[in-house]
Design a protein around this ligand. Sequence first.
Ligand code: SF4
Length: 353
Amino acid sequence: MIKRRKTRIVKVGNVKIGSSCPVVIQSMTKVATVDVAKCVKQVNQLAQAGCQLVRIALPTRADTIAFAKIVQKVSIPLIADIHFSPARAVEAIEAGAAKIRLNPGNIKNHKDILRIIDAAKMHKTAIRIGVNEASIRDLKNQDVPQKKRVALMLKEMKKYVRFFEKHNFTQLVLSAKSSDCLRTIEINRSIAENFDYPIHIGLTHAGLAQDAQIPSAIAIGTLLAEGIGDTIRVSIAGNPVAEAQIAKQILVGIGLQKSNKPELTVCPTCGRCQIDVVKLAQKIKKALNGIDKPLRVAVMGCVVNGPGEAADADIAVCAAKNKGYIYRNGKKISTIPENKIIPALLKEIKNNQ
Ligand code: SF4
């Protein structure tokens, strides 16, 4: 059981973040914000895929005008992603952003940040303060050692948090982003030690899906296992629905979320294999698509480890020479000739829906 870090609770619309509240999955829309219909469609797809919050980039006035319409058309709270422009931040808050994501480092004038704080207080909008390794001037030099990098990011975060607290604003979520897995872990550990605000975690600029998912899972999974992290985003270049799916897999894998989808266990296969396990597993996976039930199905290539896995599965097959043993809830229920294994398993899955 993971013991979550105790933090303040921050409300983002109807979603609570922090302490023992469930870890929230978020992602970002990747279509032009001014295209309201496309944006609404993507927000809905992300909500369907498991996101409780979705962030939208608002670089121009036209985007904040569109954002006001998008807020009205979706059912989950939206986060406005703001860079450089205090005007966009205030417009987004007034348009109904439940949270804004701000890197105070790129809004130079304190008076401008105060305007944002005042608007956020008035509209009960949360603010996520982001510190990005790439945007800290002193870290541009490649040779800066890891410890110093982490210390400089923490120093920057302390400066921002102090400023917001001095102006009585505590509806804060903190995030420190790096594209380096170990630095992401280290900086978030430091933030967790130094502040009691909820933390948003993720690896930034992680790459294409095939390159990004393992480093993201390592960084996010390590921190979550230590109880650190209250919202997560898996950043990948590509369809954001995949971000939500990978984030969900991380949460399910680490036991922080229950899956309502079937889980397929497949033996890795080896020289003892007595059937084409991969082909069979692919067919079973296809058959499991669209089933919204936490069903555990195991496909095992021989009887060496098969019965053990079968005991943990709702439905399982263990292959033997020219035949397969079908298990239901750990009990062997039938012996099937090899060419009838797939229909027999599919029938069992159907009966279990
Ligand atoms: S279940 Fe059998 S075939 Fe599959 S990996 Fe284990 S020993 Fe090999």
